[in-house]
Design a protein around this ligand. Structure first.
Ligand code: GRF
Length: 191
């Protein structure tokens, strides 16, 4: 079984996946980032499919097609987004239907989007957490596979709360991926 991991940032989840022995065959980033350096350190093949724009002129569909071509060059069974910062378009959800996962730092459907931790704090919730789910075209939607709660402490700021969430997110994501690789998803509609 071959796993591709999509990253944009610090890559602590990717690092934990590699340490846990998940069969990561390819790491793809949308920008140069620490996650790519970590992948190289683990001897995992990498590819940076760099965005040419972060503005209104960004062609999301064309970018997605480029990314799909990169993934198609390797025989991939499962794709795991791990802090990937680009919203992807239909072509990837058609090509890898039912085989794309995401992890999100809130208890979905609460607080979807980029500011999940900040919004949970601003709302004054006492409990938040993380969600591992199938990724679909609508951001942070898709069937939920696993969740775990994390208490919000009185002196938490965004950084401290996000770190505590990531501490539970890493093993939860790894466990979930491992169980899917052992028993591949049956809901796939692969082309
Ligand atoms: C995780 O909290 C993930 O849910 C969110 O970005 C974070 C990635 O962390 N989308 P890292 O780059 O693996 O350290």
């Amino acid at each position: 079984m071959r796993l591709a991991v999509l990253v944009s940032g610090t890559g602590t989840i990717l690092d934990a996946m590699a340490d846990a022995g998940l069969p990561v065959s390819l790491v793809v980033a949308d920008r140069p980032c620490r996650a790519i350096e970590l992948a190289v350190g683990h001897g995992i093949p990498t590819s940076v499919v760099e965005r040419d724009s972060f503005g209104d002129d960004f062609d999301r569909t064309a970018y997605t097609e480029k990314l799909v071509a990169e993934l198609d060059a390797v025989d991939i069974d499962l794709i795991a987004m791990a802090g990937f910062g680009t919203i992807l378009e239909q072509p990837i959800y058609e090509r890898f239907a039912g085989r794309i996962l995401n992890t999100h730092p809130s208890l979905l459907p609460a607080f979807p989007g980029w500011r999940a931790v900040e919004e949970a704090l601003a709302h004054g919730v006492q409990v938040t957490g993380c969600t591992v789910h199938y990724a679909e075209l609508e951001v942070d939607s898709g069937p939920i596979l696993a969740q775990e709660t994390v208490p919000v402490l009185p002196d938490d700021d965004v950084a401290s709360l996000h770190e505590r969430i990531k501490a539970v997110e890493r093993p939860l994501y790894i466990e979930t991926i491992r169980s899917l690789l052992d028993a591949p998803p049956t809901r796939e509609v692969c082309k």
